[in-house]
Design a protein. Structure first.
Length: 267
C-alpha cells in the first residue's frame, strides 16, 4: 500500500524503527508488515475471505468486522467491494485509534468499542442484521467457553443465508514432524526478516507507545488487557461443530496452512 503523509513527523524509538505520527496509512502499513512477520500468507486469507463474501452476499454486503484491530479486513473489503459497508468492533483503544484515523470521512465504515467477553456486547452495535461477520487471527485470545458464547452471539447477528468466517490458529494433531519442520522454516525466515528491520509484536508496540499520537491509547490498552495471554487453541473440527451447534446450517474448513485454518459457516 502507498502511504499518504498527513503532517506529523514520526519519531524513532529504541527499536530503530521510525514512528508515523498521524499518518494513519503508514500505521496501517507498519501493522501489516508486523502481522505478516507471523503470517506470511495473510493476504491469501483475506482474498479467500472476500471471495466468499462476494459469492454469498454479492457486491454490496453489510459486514461486521469482528475484533477488527486496525480495520485490516475492512480495508481489503472496501477496496475489493466499493459498495460494501462495514462495522468494526474491538476493545483495543490503540488499534481502534488507527482504524478510526484511517477511515475518517468514509461513511462506509464505522467502529465500535466493545468487549466480546461481555454478554451484552452486541447491544453496542448500530445494527443486528449482517450479511457477513468476518474475523482473522483474533479470537484465539479467548478461552473455549467465551469463544463458544461469541459464536452463539454471532449466529444471532447473521441474517438467514448469511456468512461467518474465522481465520485463526487451529492446530491439528497427529503430524508432529510436519509441524516441527514448518515451524523451523518459519522461525528461520522470521529471524532473517527481523535482521532486515521488520518489527515483531513487541517492537511494534514499543514504537507505538513512544509516538505522541498513540502513546495515551497504548497506555490505556495496557490498563485494559494487562498481561495478555493466549486462550485455548481448538482444531478445525471443533470450530465447525460449535458453529453448527450455535445455529449455523453449514460449517467447514475452506482454507488451511500447516498451523492455521479458515472455517466458514452459513446461517
Amino acid at each position: 500500500m502507498t502511504s499518504a503523509t498527513t503532517g506529523t513527523t514520526g519519531i524513532t524509538g529504541t527499536t530503530g524503527i521510525t514512528g508515523h505520527g498521524d499518518d494513519w496509512r503508514a500505521w496501517q502499513d507498519s501493522w501489516d508488515r508486523q502481522q505478516e512477520w507471523y503470517l506470511p500468507d495473510r493476504e491469501e486469507r483475506f482474498r479467500v475471505m472476500t471471495d466468499l463474501v462476494e459469492a454469498v452476499a454479492g457486491p454490496e454486503p453489510v459486514v461486521l468486522d469482528l475484533a477488527c484491530g486496525t480495520g485490516s479486513i475492512t480495508d481489503r473489503l472496501l477496496r475489493r467491494l466499493p459498495g460494501a459497508r462495514s462495522v468494526g468492533v474491538d476493545l483495543d483503544p490503540a488499534l481502534l485509534t488507527i482504524a478510526r484515523g484511517t477511515f475518517a470521512g468514509d461513511d462506509r465504515a464505522e467502529f465500535v468499542t466493545a468487549d466480546l467477553r461481555d454478554d451484552d456486547w452486541t447491544r453496542k452495535l448500530p445494527r443486528r442484521d449482517f450479511d457477513a461477520v468476518l474475523t482473522a487471527t483474533a479470537l484465539h485470545w479467548m478461552d473455549t467457553e467465551a469463544l463458544s458464547g461469541v459464536y452463539r452471539a454471532v449466529a444471532s447477528l447473521v441474517r438467514p443465508g448469511g456468512l461467518f468466517v474465522n481465520a485463526d490458529h487451529m492446530p491439528q494433531e497427529g503430524t508432529p514432524l510436519i509441524d516441527a519442520a514448518e515451524r523451523a522454516l518459519r522461525l528461520r525466515r522470521q529471524e532473517e526478516q527481523k535482521a532486515a528491520g521488520t518489527p515483531d509484536w513487541r517492537a511494534w508496540w514499543e514504537l507505538a507507545g513512544r509516538d505522541p499520537v498513540l502513546a495515551d491509547a497504548v497506555a490505556r490498552r495496557s490498563e485494559v488487557f494487562g498481561d495478555h495471554s493466549n486462550g485455548d487453541f481448538q482444531p478445525q473440527e471443533w470450530h465447525a461443530r460449535t458453529l453448527r451447534e450455535a445455529g449455523f446450517r453449514e460449517a467447514r474448513t475452506v482454507w488451511c496452512s500447516v498451523p492455521d485454518a479458515m472455517v466458514a459457516a452459513l446461517r
